[in-house]
Design a protein around this ligand. Structure first.
Ligand code: GUN
Length: 295
């Protein structure tokens, strides 16, 4: 069996067109343009590249972006002062502090300072806390796991009673992905570096989300025939045969797993474009909250 390929670019493009239309309608009706402030600290090349992509996507959707760059030795006080200023700025409806932060900075304190109604990453402890509880609604859901769930829904995955396995327990992807699956009534197993017999656990999965950052770790014999496989990984590997000398691969050995899975996302071209799309959607929501007087 060859899997259905879940085209993240196509889903993202459709959703971004809808978002752009909603942004234009908001501007026409309320005279308000949604605005995203990006805070980038230090010179991590991957972070610079991600923030560039996020700003470009904002521009394409008609969302204004307000870039802020601080040196890698910025003090905790400087970062906190910036976040406080952005909280007060009425043009800003979303604040994104790109992670990881330099080690001397207190990430939890900084993320806690972001106004709840501008927390477009969904990383504020109150939003994450609400996501972790039954019957509570976070104002924002973290973008990457939410994008992964939207792709599963688009592909027709059934969550109710399904065995879902999440590989990885990061705050950004693995843990919130597990919570989103539980809310959809899946039976969820979260795997990590201490999990015994990882391939056997993964083989139980009707839905497998791989978010460990290990190139092509998930092999064909880890996957139950017909399973839905979502690859969150994006790993740069040496490739002397390519022009650039490297290429990007996911956490899943795509070529072999697609012969076993029922549906699979490629990487690149799967979850990546969805992460940015969910960020645009959250920024639009931030502007809607401001208009409705929630801010
Ligand atoms: N670093 C990796 N992924 C993300 C993300 O979704 N948001 C932020 N702010 N930083 C990240």
């Amino acid at each position: 069996m060859t899997a259905k390929i879940i085209d993240g670019n196509a889903v993202a493009q459709r959703m971004r067109a809808e978002i752009a239309q909603a942004v234009a309608d908001m501007k026409a009706k309320h005279g308000i343009v949604p605005g995203l402030a990006t805070v980038l600290i230090g010179d991590n090349p991957a972070s610079h590249s991600y923030v560039r992509m996020k700003r470009k996507a904002c521009a394409e959707a008609g969302i204004e972006s307000f870039p802020h760059e601080l040196p890698g030795n910025a003090s905790q006080e400087e970062v906190e002062a910036l976040v406080r200023r952005l909280n007060e700025d009425p043009r800003v409806h979303g604040i994104l502090v790109q992670l990881p932060l330099p080690r001397h900075l207190d990430e939890e304190r900084i993320l806690s300072l972001i106004s709840l109604t501008k927390d477009v990453d969904g990383f504020h402890p109150v939003n994450i806390g609400r996501l972790a509880m039954k019957g509570r609604e976070p104002l924002f859901i973290p973008c990457t796991p939410h994008g992964a769930i939207v792709l599963l829904e688009e592909a027709g995955a059934q969550f109710e009673g399904a065995n879902a396995v999440v590989l990885g327990r990061s705050n950004i992807v693995g843990l919130p992905a597990a919570m989103l699956l539980i809310h959809r009534n899946a039976t969820v197993t979260v795997c990590h570096s201490r999990t015994r017999d990882l391939p056997a656990v993964c083989r139980q999965a009707d839905i497998l989300i791989a978010a460990v950052g290990r190139p092509e770790m998930v092999r064909a014999d880890w996957v139950k025939p017909g399973a839905y496989v979502i690859d969150v990984g994006s790993n740069k590997v040496d490739d002397p045969a390519s022009e650039k000398g490297y290429r990007w691969v996911g956490d899943v050995a795509f070529d072999e797993v697609k012969e076993v899975a029922g549906a699979i996302t490629p990487s690149p071209g799967g979850v990546g474009p969805m992460t940015i799309t969910m960020l645009l959607k959250n920024t639009l929501r931030g502007a809607e909250l401001a208009i409705s007087g929630a801010v």
